[in-house]
Design a protein around this ligand. Structure first.
Ligand SMILES: [Zn+2]
Length: 388
């Protein structure tokens, strides 16, 4: 992997919500990892093969979609569409986390079948990254009859996530709680569906059930797509310290209502952002950028903090070595700017004004995967790439 310098950075968004902007104008990348952050004049140019002069634009960590429903490869049977993952790369997404391969036609609902699906999807996505995007696939769907030894085996085989509890046959906290304990014991991260049902067969989950089940993540607290009543959401925000997921395919009014309470309890570091696509709402390549926009422009949150909710906050929950601009982290990056015609003068002021920023390039493991996005409006400035 090439050694690369990114210079003339106007704004460097860290992904760390407690320190969201770094003072630096250059980034040095080596072996797919961030090696140095600082001033261009201080960078060791030995071995640098490529220089990206980004003309004062903004660099952010690659966006992490905390809630995706892939099946296998870059095809979704839900909307019969190809290349939806490549399309979200054009929306700045470099990592997708499966919340359950629930759209598999004929999805098996027995113990052997649900395990097989999780293991196969985890291994398949580990071996093949659609368009370069890192997919954490194989989110186990909980079905009655799973035993502790199954979680041990699943973990050993590379399954890292329990998909939204409520999608499978395990519906009550009584059934789920021991499975959640086993999952956590073997290092898995647990999501739980809240709100009304989105597909026939999945169930409604009230706040008490979530608290009794004790997952890591309250999936789509703003609805998926139907939201729980605000009082229920308020209980979850105030009476737990669980991660709070806001999704695009949810209820936008609830983003505003819930964020108001999140601000009151100083809970910005608990918020993560997902798309919850492909779903009945569709496939929305700019879904993560749009939720960042909603949270920033409608809820009075700084753009760099909203970006941290789709990068560093999510990386922390899922224990990923990315999502933050820090030496040693994977160099998954987005270079963005105000879009042409925006009242914003740079990416962050455009987001705060409610405009989707223009993406000028996306890097994964320090390699430029795309230049100017085919999906966002065009950025004001252009990158100048030079061999060194
Ligand atoms: Zn859901």
């Amino acid at each position: 992997m090439a050694t690369l310098l990114i210079k003339n950075i106007g704004t460097l968004v860290s992904g760390d919500i407690s320190n969201p902007i770094l003072k630096a104008n250059a980034l040095l990348i080596e072996g797919g990892l961030i090696r140095a952050i600082g001033e261009e004049k201080d960078m060791d140019m030995n071995g640098v093969e490529q220089v990206l002069d980004i003309q004062g634009m903004t660099v952010t960590p690659g966006l992490i979609d905390s809630h995706c429903h892939p099946v296998f490869g870059d095809f979704t049977p839900r909307q019969k569409m190809l290349d939806f993952i490549e399309s979200s790369l054009h929306g700045g997404v470099t990592t997708l986390i499966s919340a359950g391969e629930v759209h598999l036609p004929g999805r098996p609902k027995d113990v052997a079948g649900t395990k097989a699906l999780a293991i196969l999807a985890a291994k398949s996505f580990a071996n093949a990254r659609p368009a370069g995007v890192k997919v954490i696939g194989g989110a186990l769907i909980l079905e009655p009859g799973l035993q502790e030894r199954d979680f041990e085996e699943l973990s050993k085989e590379g399954v890292r996530v329990v998909g939204e509890i409520g999608l499978g046959g395990v519906k009550t906290p009584k059934e789920a709680a021991s499975m959640v304990k086993w999952a956590k014991k073997y290092g898995m991260i647990v999501m739980m569906h809240t709100g009304g049902t989105s597909i026939p067969g999945s169930s409604t989950v009230p706040a008490e059930d979530v608290i009794a089940t004790n997952p890591d993540i309250i999936s789509h607290i703003n609805g998926g797509p139907t939201a729980i009543p605000l009082q229920e959401a308020e209980k979850l925000v105030r009476n737990t310290s669980l991660s709070l997921e806001m999704v695009h395919c949810g209820n936008p009014k609830m983003i505003v209502e819930v964020m108001r309470i999140v601000k009151e309890v100083d809970g910005l570091s608990r918020v993560i952002i997902g798309n919850d696509a492909p779903s009945g709402t569709g496939v929305i390549p700019l879904g993560i950028l749009r939720v960042i926009n909603f949270i920033s422009s409608l809820c009075g949150i700084k753009a760099e903090q909203a970006i941290a909710m789709a990068t560093g906050n999510t990386a922390k929950v899922y224990r990923l070595n990315r999502g933050m601009i820090e030496p040693g982290r994977e160099a998954d990056l987005v270079i963005m700017d105000a879009p042409m015609g925006s009242v914003g003068k740079d990416a962050l002021s455009a987001i705060e004004a409610g405009d989707i920023p223009g993406i000028a390039a996306v890097l994964i493991d320090g390699e430029v995967k795309i230049g100017v996005s085919r999906n966002t409006p065009p950025p004001n400035r252009k990158i100048i790439i030079k061999k060194h």
